[in-house]
Ligand binder design. Sequence first.
Ligand SMILES: O=C(O)CCC(=O)C(=O)O
Ligand SMILES: [Fe+2]
Length: 321
Amino acid sequence: MAASNGGALPVVDLAPFFARDGADDAGARARATEAVREACQATGFFRAVNHGVPRELMARVLELSAAFFALPDEEKAKVRPAEGASAAPLPVGYARRTPTTRTSTCSSSTPTSGSTTTPPSRPDSDALEECYAKLAELGLLVQDILSECMGLPRGFLAEYNADRGFDFLTALRYFPATSSDENNGISAHEDGNCITFVLQDGVGGLEVLGADGRWVPAEPVEGSIVVNVGDVLQVLSNKKFKSATHRVVRRPGAHRHSIAFFLNLHGDKWVEPLPEFAGHASEPPRYRGFRYNEYMQLRMRNKTHPPARPEDVVHITHYEI
Ligand SMILES: O=C(O)CCC(=O)C(=O)O
Ligand SMILES: [Fe+2]
């Protein structure tokens, strides 16, 4: 069900999935599911409203992030993880390892490019915890909707991606655009994971590549959450669903803050086109299978050892047949 359309990209109302059962709700759910399916086939991208994450909580987490980033560098440096504490050469985000124990790590990075990545400061981690939990819950709902959209057995994706130990939340700040550089916040990319959620403030600058090759601004819609499909779903669906190509272009006048939640897959999972989409003579598989961690490591290498030639940067095309 497409609600008000703040720009050309769809806004999908998920309210029917939270309503009590009833004949009308089934119809509304079917329409919302169809809207998600269309969005995933067209760009891999939509904005969800009535998604179950309270607005005040979203605002609070964005506020915490802005307050953290506004601290002097020396303050932010205090929550930097110890050298070698993280395998990733990136500022560290927030992740839960098991439902009972969690690691909540913070770091700041001195701005080098258009954005820096860090979670909000430790003292207010309750809002962060709650937001993380709500986004993980939303992830389960969106996985169920996607299973339905893809014509997979009910609960298929929930079972395939049942380990919530690898999800990751990160806060980003983008500097205001200046007239003297190209204003690149994050270059065009696809996310390697299953599904990403983005909470953004009102500044704007996130753009999605449309089917016609034009960049479409994902203008902020009050209370909405950006949903974008990642590479894993593109491979499982044998490219029927698109991994959204997106970027952030910095805008003048204001810092932009966003929170990204990556619904991830266990590193040992095997990723390949599902038989529902491939294996018939008419639909040969478009990807060879791979272990998720192998792909993640190749993507990490893009960052630790950036290849001299852009064509040597590893994308999901690496596994294309
Ligand atoms: O800040 C945003 O709106 C998008 C962030 C993003 O694309 C990413 O972290 O992968
Ligand atoms: Fe992204």
